[in-house]
Design a binder for this molecule. Structure first.
Ligand code: UT7
Length: 337
């Protein structure tokens, strides 16, 4: 639906905060031991090099919109927002159901969010941070009064299950949040960046206009994710650490005043290095990648959901979220809970 109401001006002091959270992961668990039977790998290598013990994998035929819908439903319930009243719906995904229409329109239909303006956002693993910041801008101008942001991925459909260097890393899942103006707390600072010169470090060559599906493209395995892990590792550390530092500085806080650090859940060693560079102590870092692996655009929102659910994040806490992904893209935000 096209929303053409005139902009509603908000007061400059207005902040945007999280009103509700949701998450959904498919029930099927794929452990490192299961992977030992599929490729030449072992539990010890995966645990020590990545921190991952298991991940969730969707059943064939399950789409990103299926996971997104369930996470979104929970976020709307938490926020006590009727689907019909959602004004903006953004789905961040690298694994849309199909090239078009957008996954967000498919989620809109399932939810009955008939008044929402819907679009997808493609920023790979930084997707949920980019989508939250995008929604925040619309809410700050007063253009919309609320936004539903979902990060959802079925990466298992695009993983080369014969490539041990990538198939052990990723998992499926969805996280969601409802954003709206808040009276206290909210988003204090944001940061985003991109670098297309390193696009070939993490990409999926096939399926788009450059290499549309053909027998040849399938034979060449172009429809699977490809990654230079070592280079991505180095850039991820530098970009995420600098981005996290920028939001802490922009919010005029000292790193010691950060209560919880929610990094993109890619690799324990990356996260430890980022925390060190950004002067954020490891005891404040939240990690759940051991259970889910890297769920790309869903990762930060699933981690935020669990940190709040488990009482790790308390009211008024300062939370830093930071992400990094293909593009390259990176982004972070500092919010007061
Ligand atoms: O959201 C961003 C998405 N991407 C990432 O976050 C990935 C970032 N990169 C990484 O996390 C790491 O680079 C990896 C976990 C992918 C790899 O760790 P690494 O310490 O950089 O290992 P490596 O690529 O240097 O490989 C070391 C060895 C190689 O063997 P050789 O050449 O030394 O004999 C690999 O062939 O480990 C081997 N190897 C494996 N062995 C067992 C690679 N994958 C596996 C595996 N099991 N699954």
């Amino acid at each position: 639906m096209r929303r053409s109401t005139p902009p509603r001006r908000s007061r400059s002091s207005t902040r945007i905060g999280v009103r509700g959270l949701g998450m959904y992961v498919p029930p099927k668990v794929l452990t490192n031991v299961d992977l030992e039977k599929m490729v030449d790998t072992n539990d010890e290598w995966i645990r020590t090099r990545t921190g991952i013990c298991e991940r969730r994998v969707a059943e064939p035929g399950t789409a990103s919109s299926d996971l997104a819908y369930k996470a979104a439903q929970e976020a709307l319930t938490q926020a006590e927002l009727d689907p019909k009243d959602v004004e903006l719906l953004i789905v961040a995904t690298t694994t849309p159901d199909m090239l078009f229409p957008s996954t967000s329109c498919l989620v809109q239909e399932r939810l009955g969010a008939s008044s929402a303006v819907c679009f997808d956002l493609s920023a790979a693993c930084s997707g949920s941070i980019f989508a939250i910041i995008t929604a925040q801008q619309y809410l700050l101008t007063g253009r919309y009064r609320n936004a539903l942001v979902v990060g959802a991925e079925v990466l298992s459909s695009f993983i080369d299950w014969t490539d041990r260097s990538t198939c052990v890393l990723f998992g499926d899942g969805a996280g969601a949040c409802v954003l709206a103006p808040v009276r206290r707390g909210g988003i204090l600072a944001t940061d985003m960046g991109s670098d297309g010169s390193a696009a070939q470090l993490l990409y999926m060559p096939g399926g788009g206009s450059k290499h549309p599906p053909s027998h040849a493209s399938v034979d060449q395995r172009l429809h699977f994710l490809r990654m230079n892990g070592t280079e991505i590792f180095k850039l991820a550390v530098r970009r995420m650490a600098n981005s996290a530092k920028r939001v802490v500085k922009a919010a005029k806080l000292d790193p010691r005043e950060v209560d919880c650090f929610i990094p993109h859940q890619a690799n324990t060693r990356i996260i430890e290095a980022v925390a060190k560079w950004a002067d954020l102590p490891m005891e404040k870092v939240y990690m759940n990648l051991q259970r889910y692996g890297n769920t790309s655009a869903a990762s930060n929102l699933i981690a935020l959901y669990e940190a709040v659910r488990d009482g790790v994040i308390q009211r008024d806490d300062h939370v830093v979220m930071v992400a990094f992904g293909a593009g390259l893209t990176w982004g972070s935000l500092l919010l007061q809970w």
